[in-house]
Every structure is written in C-alpha cells, then in structure tokens.
Write a protein that binds this ligand. Structure first.
Ligand code: HEC
Ligand code: HEC
Length: 369
C-alpha cells in the first residue's frame, strides 16, 4: 500500500459529513472547564470499549511486523508521548527525518504531523506509521492481511474487536478507529497553568505570572502562534465553524539566502508546492516541554534556553549568519531579555507541565499492568 494517497484522499472526503458534536451514548468526556469537546468523526463515535482496545493496540509491539515496536515505541507516556530522540527510529532501525511529536491534546489539532494540512483525522494519520516506507516505521507495507490476521487469531483481541465494533471484525478500519478513539483521550489539562486559568491565582509563582505577561506581549509575540488551551494556533473542536490551519516559518534555516530549508525537510511547500510555504511548520503545543526535549521538527535544539536564544536573535538562522531569512514570519523579529525576564519566561513554560498526564493510569501501557 502506498501512503502517498493520503495526500489526496482527504481532499476528496472533505465534503463528507465531518463531525458530530452530538452526545455519544455511554461516553463521558470529563473535560475540565475551558476545554471544548473534541471533534469526533461521525463514523467513529467514542465508546469505552474502543478506547480500551485502542490503548491495547497503541502499546502492543505486535503492531510492528517484526514485533519490536508499538506506537508507544516513539510515543511514551512518561515523555508526554514522545521519545527523547532528536529524530524517531522505526522498527527496522531506519531513521525518520523528523522528531516524534508529543500527543497531548492531539484530539484538538486541526492538522496532524509537522507540516501537512491534508492529514486531518487520527484514523488516517495512523496509516502513516503502519504503512510508511520512507522510513519504515511499523513495517506493514504490502502485508496488511498479515497484520489483521495477527489480531484476528488472538482470542482475547478478537473478542475485544467484537465488543468494540459488533459484527465488523478485525479490519484496517476498525483498527485505526480504535487507535483514534484512544488517542482522543490523551488530554492534558492538569498543569499549574490550568489551575491558574480556572481561578486559582496561587497556582502560578510570581515569576511564572510575569512570564505569562511576557509570553503574551507584543515584544515576544509568542502567543500569536502558541495560542489558547493547546498553545497552538492550528486547533479544531466540536462546533468550530472556521477550522484554523496555520503553518509558520520561524527562521530556523536559510541555506541559500532565499530562505530555503535543508532539502531533507522543507515543510509545507512539499505538499502545497507554493514557494512561500518553504520552511513552514505547524506550531507545536508548548505543554509538557519538561518531558518532550529535544525540540523542533528536526529535534535540533536540546534545551529551552537554546530555543529562547534562537527567538531572541530573530531566528536560528539569523543567530548564526546575522541576516534574517526573507521567508521568516514577521512575528519572529528578535528581542532582548534580561536574565530575570528569561527566568520568568522559563517559569511560565514550566507551569505548562502536567505531572498527572504522564502518570495517568488510564493512559498507561496495559501490557505491563
Ligand atoms: C518510528 C517512530 C514512530 C512510531 C512507531 C509511531 N510514530 Fe507517531 N509520529 C512519529 C513522528 C516522527 C511523527 C511526526 C511525523 C511527521 O511530521 O511527518 C509522528 C506523529 C504522530 C502524530 C501526529 C501528532 C500531531 O501533533 O500532529 C500522531 C497522532 C501519531 N504520530 C500517532 C501514532 C500512532 C497511532 C502510532 C502507531 C500506529 C504511531 N504514531 C507510531 C514517530 C512515530
Ligand atoms: C510565527 C509563529 C511563532 C511565534 C511568534 C513563536 N513560535 Fe514557537 N514555534 C512555532 C513553530 C512553527 C515551531 C516549530 C518550528 C519548527 O520546528 O520548524 C515552534 C517551536 C517552538 C518550540 C519548540 C517546541 C517543540 O516541542 O519542539 C518552543 C519551546 C517555542 N516554539 C516557544 C516559543 C516562544 C517562547 C515564543 C515567543 C518568544 C515563540 N515560540 C514564538 C511558531 C511560533
């Protein structure tokens, strides 16, 4: 199976009835104040049985052809569902060109992966690691039947599929719908910042509160792109009428003076073929940064101090060459931070870490229980 069709099919499907904000019998989200209800595809309403099956699949190394790697191999709970590597490594040892993304609040992302406006549902996204060949991740290209047989012949898993999808059996569709249902429960909402937003002023230290003001200031500009409860401006949820899909060039690279990124990864332009989209990537969430280093789409910066240095210089490329990229966002202009202000910004970012999320038993590996 060639995954390139993923670039095309969602466009064809975009006129299908997309989402349903209607109540789902037997399912309660238990969302905190300030969190909207996630978008759920009409053909895959939430249920406890699907979520539990999806959790089992997500952590099951049988999900890779050679039995060495599950989704969790690159998305570990203790690391807020990323892997601490600069770039991910697939089940056969091939290196991905990109950093594995943390999956906190992925249910609210309007587009999935670092730079592809066409991958918009978790069900479709799951096909990329399952069948991708550049690089091989879980290794199932050309072996779909073997993947399904593996779970259909396991009595316990077959029963769980039947329970979650009565009469539908073990199919690629039911498998990816179960994964999607579990992933929609990866909700991170217990950071000190959440308590502060809910009215507990003592949840943020004085430094963190000062850092929040800096983050939201026109000097630093962070909040334009890292906005709202997900800290990303590409967000969608039930009832959203205008789906925001934004991608930004933050001036990390300029290999030719014309703003080009290294050929290994040029970002959005690969999909749109519009030259102005060179180097544009989706703003990542800033939740749980304590657990998700290294940073950026290529994992090239190891610490938050390095990330702040790059923004302060007006982009990583400018930090090295002194010249801004012609393609970088107007919002990445550079600024000066005193040591105290830097401490405050870092204290604010630290208040976005959610200890509950990385230890939540409901999101834990069920095969180790
Ligand atoms: C080899 C490591 C690896 C494996 C295995 C893997 N992923 Fe990923 N995942 C990544 C990388 C790298 C990205 C970023 C991909 C990109 O931008 O092109 C990613 C991105 C994602 C995203 C998009 C997140 C976002 O914020 O947009 C989701 C969702 C996801 N993976 C779910 C899964 C699921 C489900 C599985 C198992 C079926 C899985 N992954 C297996 C490495 C992996
Ligand atoms: C123009 C939009 C924009 C602005 C303004 C912006 N960011 Fe970002 N930010 C992004 C994008 C896009 C990325 C990913 C870039 C990449 O990897 O190519 C990113 C990456 C990051 C990362 C790395 C996160 C990770 O998981 O890899 C951090 C931390 C971060 N930004 C913090 C900030 C702070 C702090 C500010 C304010 C000083 C700021 N950003 C301003 C868009 C923006």
């Amino acid at each position: 199976m060639n995954v390139r069709w993923l670039l095309v099919v969602p466009v064809l499907l975009s006129c299908a009835p997309a989402t349903s904000p209607k109540a789902e019998p037997g399912w309660a989200w238990n969302l905190p104040a300030g969190f909207p209800t996630p978008t759920v595809p009409a053909e895959n309403p939430m249920s406890a049985a699907k979520v539990e099956l999806g959790r089992r699949l997500f952590f099951d190394v049988r999900l890779s052809r050679n039995g060495t790697q599950a989704c969790a191999g690159c998305h570990e709970q203790a690391r807020a569902f990323t892997d601490a590597r600069p770039v991910a490594i697939g089940s056969t040892g091939q290196h991905h060109r990109r950093n594995a993304q943390g999956l906190a609040n992925v249910a609210f992302a309007s587009t999935l992966t670092w730079a592809n406006p066409l991958v918009t549902t978790l069900e479709r996204q799951a096909l990329l690691p399952l069948f991708g060949e550049t690089p091989v991740e879980l290794g199932w290209a050309g072996h779909e039947a073997e993947l399904l047989t593996r779970f259909a012949t396991d009595a316990d898993m077959a029963e769980r599929f039947e329970h979650a999808f009565p009469g539908e059996g073990v199919t690629l569709d039911t498998l990816t719908r179960a994964l999607g249902s579990f992933e929609r429960t990866l909700i991170s909402s217990h950071a000190p910042w959440d308590a502060y937003t809910a009215g507990d002023a003592s949840a943020l230290s004085d430094d963190a509160q000062a850092g929040l003001l800096l983050f939201n200031s026109e000097r630093l500009e962070c909040y334009h792109c890292h906005t709202g409860f997900t800290f990303s401006d590409s967000v969608a949820h039930a009832g959203t009428t205008v789906v925001e899909k934004f991608f930004h060039n933050t001036g990390l690279y300029d290999v030719d003076g014309a703003g080009s990124y290294p050929a290994t990864d040029t970002g959005l332009v690969e999909v749109t073929e519009r030259i102005g989209d060179m180097g544009r990537f989706r703003a990542p969430s800033l939740r749980n940064l304590r657990f998700t280093a290294p940073y950026l789409h290529d994992g090239s910066l190891a610490t938050l101090d390095q990330v702040l240095d790059a923004y302060a210089a007006g982009g990583l490329s400018r930090q090295h060459t002194g010249t801004p990229s012609p393609l970088q966002s107007d919002l990445v202009r550079g600024f000066t931070l005193s040591p105290g202000e830097r401490r405050q910004v870092l204290a604010f970012l630290d208040a976005l870490n959610d200890e509950t999320f990385v230890t939540d038993p409901a999101l834990r590996d069920p095969w180790r229980e």
